[in-house]
Design a protein around this ligand. Structure first.
Ligand code: ADP
Ligand code: MG
Ligand code: MG
Length: 546
């Protein structure tokens, strides 16, 4: 699409007095509405004493209405796609497994897969799974081009965060508008251009659906959390909504707590036993931990993870769904014919036996339109098909090391300036960008190439600026707004409840329910390759539709 909106003119000008009023309103609003974090500390006290406001932007980020609506529409298809990937054991063994796939060379992936394989051999007790997803996008406008499109950064299947804080930033920006009219500096500021954000209720509706499917009213939902987590309020808002609107209690535990509190009885029921109360039955396990190797410092944490998974509680996500969220899966989906395995447009989606989730060519094309080029560093074919202007680019050659490299690695050297390399990790800070790529490839043991993908860089519109307020409590820029050139990443939340259903003989794998439930914007300084609110590179933001 093309738009008459000029990104380079954003944000509209403010004088210092106006800006100060907005900063004061924004920071006090954030603190009084739980748009907050725990402060950075070597060790968090057991009972928190204080909170700081989340890093935030003063103005919402401009997003074209058609692209926002397109992202919302895509979410329903992605919900079904990733649910089906998680139900396709054969595919996941092939791509992520420790015998044939990435798990051979990536120890973390290998450990998760091996535990899952053992579970399958022993007999899975709960075939229903819940995914709370977030699909992330950047606007894409290659240099010199008018056309603007939406490209997917990644699809998260575990610990997708910032849903509830995002709702609060949207409310903050509406408050700033209500209080000041944003000083009439932009005609785009009007209520119909601030899209609603009800992500808290939306995500909770997924957890409630799983709880109801489990079918025991007084069971509780287990939140598995990290020790020392600073983003606790984002999680607590889900807990409050569950209790206040649905009368469902939550128990928060770390892997370390669970090593002594969790047990699975002969009926496969998961129980949590705490010192002061009788054992509590768990309906649903919501993981806000377990997505990174540092959550598993010893064998004991893997043992705990698989103990939980062995029970009849519904996992959000299961190990299978966590593996489905791997960057390798995202890349393999771009190979010809792979998407059709999951969303077959030929016969009313006969493969999956679900008339209600039948997708046609139009939807498959729309998904593919949202992707940029990707390939595996260990692959020989298909290594740079969509790199613009690459057809005549020579492959790197010269040293004997390079000459024996797979085409995927050689091509990553040649096109380094336009690429990011990604391993199978979550949580930010793991990728290798542009100029750093060749030296990185020199040190990467050849065996480990299979764990990395190369991805074309998305090129967001140039010249967009914003006022960013870093987290409170001093430090560089603390408490003041920094006007800087920015890139905004849009996330769309969705969920799916899926698994096997039906009588023993006629079991069907299906998506029982799925929904698109809200959105998030994170805005980062242009100079930073990587975003990451928790890791300090970016701020929470919202949307003004343009
Ligand atoms: P993680 O799972 O660790 O969040 P991501 O794939 O989201 O990993 O990458 C982290 C960040 O790197 C993104 O938020 C985005 O800012 C940047 N990034 C990732 N892929 C691309 C890309 N293809 N083009 C431009 N920026 C990217
Ligand atoms: Mg990400
Ligand atoms: Mg991620």
């Amino acid at each position: 699409m093309t738009t008459s909106f000029s990104f380079a003119d954003w944000p509209p000008a403010l004088d210092d007095v106006q800006l100060d009023e907005l900063i004061l309103r924004a920071t006090t609003y954030a603190l009084s509405h739980g748009l907050t974090y725990l402060p950075v500390r070597d060790q968090q006290p057991r009972f928190p004493l204080d909170a700081i406001h989340a890093p935030l932007s003063i103005f919402p980020a401009p997003i074209p209405r058609t692209l926002f609506e397109q992202a919302q529409k895509l979410q329903r298809i992605y919900n079904v796609l990733y649910a089906r990937i998680a139900m396709d054991d054969e595919f996941l063994d092939e791509v992520m497994g420790a015998e044939k796939g990435v798990g051979q060379v990536d120890d973390f992936v290998g450990q998760l897969w091996a535990g899952w394989k053992q579970l399958r051999d022993d007999g899975v007790k709960q075939t229903l799974q819940l995914g709370l997803f977030r699909s992330d996008y950047l606007l894409h406008q290659p240099a010199g081009a008018d056309a603007l499109s939406l490209k997917q950064v990644e699809f998260n299947t575990i610990s997708s965060s910032f849903g509830t804080l995002s709702e609060r930033v949207a409310a903050l920006h509406r408050h700033l508008y209500a209080a000041t009219g944003y000083f009439n500096v932009s005609s785009y500021f009007s209520p119909q251009n601030f899209p609603p954000n009800e992500t808290t209720a939306g995500l909770v509706s997924g957890l409630v659906a799983a709880h109801k499917a489990y079918g025991v009213d007084d069971a509780r939902i287990l939140f598995v959390v990290q020790a020392g987590e600073r983003n606790v309020f984002d999680q607590r808002w889900l807990e409050y909504e569950l209790l206040e609107k649905h009368s469902i209690h939550v128990i928060r535990q770390t892997f370390s707590d669970l090593s002594s509190s969790a047990s699975v009885d002969s009926d496969s029921t998961l129980w949590i036993t705490r010192p002061t109360s009788s054992p509590t039955r768990i309906s649903t396990i919501y993981f806000r931990a377990g997505y990174t190797p540092t959550d598993y410092p010893t064998r004991a944490e893997y043992t705990t993870r698989f103990l939980l998974e062995r029970s009849s509680a519904i996992s959000c996500p299961s190990v299978a769904l966590q593996l489905a969220g791997g960057k390798k899966v995202q890349q393999v989906l771009t190979r010809p014919g792979v998407l059709e395995r999951f969303l077959d447009p030929r016969e009313g989606d006969g493969t999956w036996g679900e008339k209600e989730n039948a997708f046609g060519k139009e939807e498959l094309d729309a998904l593919r339109e949202s992707w940029v080029g990707m390939w595996g560093l260990d692959e020989d074919g298909n290594a740079d098909p969509s790199i613009r202007g690459s057809s005549s680019a020579p492959l790197a050659s010269g040293s004997s090391v390079v000459a024996t490299e797979p085409r995927g690695t050689a091509s990553a050297r040649t096109h380094a300036a336009r690429l990011v390399l990604k391993p199978q990790r979550e949580g930010g800070g793991n990728n290798v960008y542009k100029a750093a790529i060749p030296a990185f490839l020199d040190t990467l043991p050849p065996r480990e190439r299979a764990a990395w993908i190369a991805m074309e860089l998305i090129e967001p519109p140039e010249g967009v600026r914003s006022f960013l307020v870093r987290a409170g409590g001093g430090g560089e820029g603390g408490g003041r707004a920094v006007r800087t050139e920015v890139v905004s990443e849009l996330g769309i939340f969705g969920w799916a409840l899926f698994g096997e259903q039906g009588e023993e003989k006629a079991k069907e794998r299906k998506v029982l329910e799925e929904r698109e439930v809200g959105w998030l914007v994170r805005t980062k300084g242009k100079e930073s390759d990587e975003g990451g609110v928790a890791t300090g590179f970016s701020v929470l933001d919202s949307i003004v539709l343009v």
